[in-house]
Design a protein around this ligand. Structure first.
Ligand SMILES: Cc1ncc(COP(=O)(O)O)c(C=O)c1O
Length: 394
């Protein structure tokens, strides 16, 4: 990669991101191509965004259609209506609010839960290792002190309990909502136990609090079901979705049941760009494609192959402790002596794009169009990367 671009960036871009030394020029299906034309297998999908990979014919077709890019939420548009209708028909929800990102979706869900709760219910319960975004409300529900502390005071009234430990959750009549990821992403790819989520549902019902599922990372086909909650046999009151919905364009949505919607009035919330006609046209097509039973069945089948490949790594490499996940969302927990950043870096030299997450865990969030031959290619390359780092840390 040209050093020049890194230097130019230092002159004009705020240094919030530590970038890998890779300059992407284009992508095709599940592959990314760098400035030298080298092909990389993408097991990250822009952090769970590029669910349909790159240059998907159906998305390109929608993008090429004539139509409005933006109007405003002061007027009606058909694409927003069609997307909302499809989201409601395909989920527990009876109403949708559109915004532009995952953090905004969580911000709005917090506001709606406080509106529902009224003046006396202002508190929120969130969980250890949870991640909900970087704006003040979502950040207040995010456990990681490194993200929080430089920006305190955040919004008040947030209490943390231990993920997957129902006995740590204490609800009372001042709690507006419990916010939880059915599978924690940034926190190390940790699926919630069935008893934990159904226990939270019961506690919320008993105390009149709302249950918010943050499916920004684990939702919309990632687990092999359209929604991660559908594996648990319970429903939330609010659900937030973002990353994959817009086929790479920014969009977020808050799905809610009628009980929540009944408490919302004109002017309670808003967004200039939220649910604009271009992004909702694309999102409508993304949702149609991902919702197809045969598409989801393939995520399950290929996800199982990926899970089996990861279990073989656990068996073959001492440095690999455990594989966790579902569908096409997997984490590989590593021994402390192998920092995950090192494995991600070794992956680049094997033309493999992977992610790190909390708890020294390698995170895999490939495009949902991954095929069995890509799993084989991934396994061959990640083995080479693991051999390289194993020698280095021995
Ligand atoms: C579970 C979860 N919630 C919220 C967010 C924030 O989403 P965004 O970066 O679109 O604001 C993320 C981002 O990684 C996430 O994984």
């Amino acid at each position: 990669m040209s050093q020049n671009i890194a230097e130019q960036e230092r002159g004009c871009i705020a240094p919030t991101y530590k970038r890998a030394p890779l300059l992407w020029e284009h992508g095709k299906e599940v592959y990314l191509y760098d400035s030298e034309g080298t092909e990389y297998l993408d097991m990250a999908a822009g952090i769970a965004v590029n669910a349909l990979g790159y240059q998907h014919a159906e998305i390109e077709k929608v993008l090429a259609l004539p139509g409005l890019i933006h109007t405003s939420n002061l007027y009606y548009t058909r694409p927003q209506l069609h997307l909302a209708d499809h989201l409601c028909r395909g989920s527990f929800a009876s109403k949708v609010f559109f915004c532009n990102s995952g953090t905004e979706a969580n911000e709005g869900a917090i506001k709606f839960s406080r509106k529902h709760g009224g003046a006396r219910r202002r508190d929120l319960i969130a969980f250890s290792d949870g991640f909900h975004g970087r704006t003040m409300g979502a950040l207040a529900c995010t456990a990681n002190t490194r993200y929080r502390e430089p920006f305190e005071p955040l919004i008040g009234g947030v209490h943390f309990a231990t993920y997957n430990d129902l006995s740590s959750v204490s609800l009372n009549e001042s709690v507006a909502a419990v916010v939880v990821e059915p599978i924690q992403g940034e926190g190390g790819v940790r699926p919630a136990d069935r008893e934990f989520l159904s226990g939270l549902r019961q506690l919320c019902d008993r105390h009149g609090a709302l249950l918010i599922f943050d499916e920004v990372q684990c939702g919309l086909g990632r687990t092999g079901k359209l929604w991660a909650y559908q594996d648990y046999g319970i429903e939330p009151d609010l659900l937030t979705v973002a990353k994959p919905l817009g086929g790479g364009l920014p969009i977020g949505a808050i799905l809610m049941n009628q009980r929540v919607a009944n408490t919302i009035e004109f002017g309670d919330h808003g967004s200039t760009f939220g649910g604009g006609p271009l992004v909702t046209r694309v999102a409508g097509r993304v949702l149609e494609i991902i919702s197809q039973p045969q598409f989801l069945a393939q995520v399950v089948a290929v996800g199982q192959l990926l899970g089996e490949a990861l279990q073989r790594l656990v068996a073959d490499f001492d440095l690999v402790l455990e594989a966790r996940g579902r569908g096409l969302m997997w984490g590989l927990a590593l021994q402390e002596k192998l920092p995950v950043a090192r494995l991600v870096e070794a992956g680049y030299s094997q033309r493999l794009v992977m992610l790190s997450s909390g708890g020294n865990t390698l995170r895999l969030l490939p495009p949902l169009i991954l095929q069995p031959e890509h799993v084989q290619q991934f396994e061959e390359r990640v083995r080479l990367a693991l051999q390289e780092v194993s020698l280095a840390v021995a």
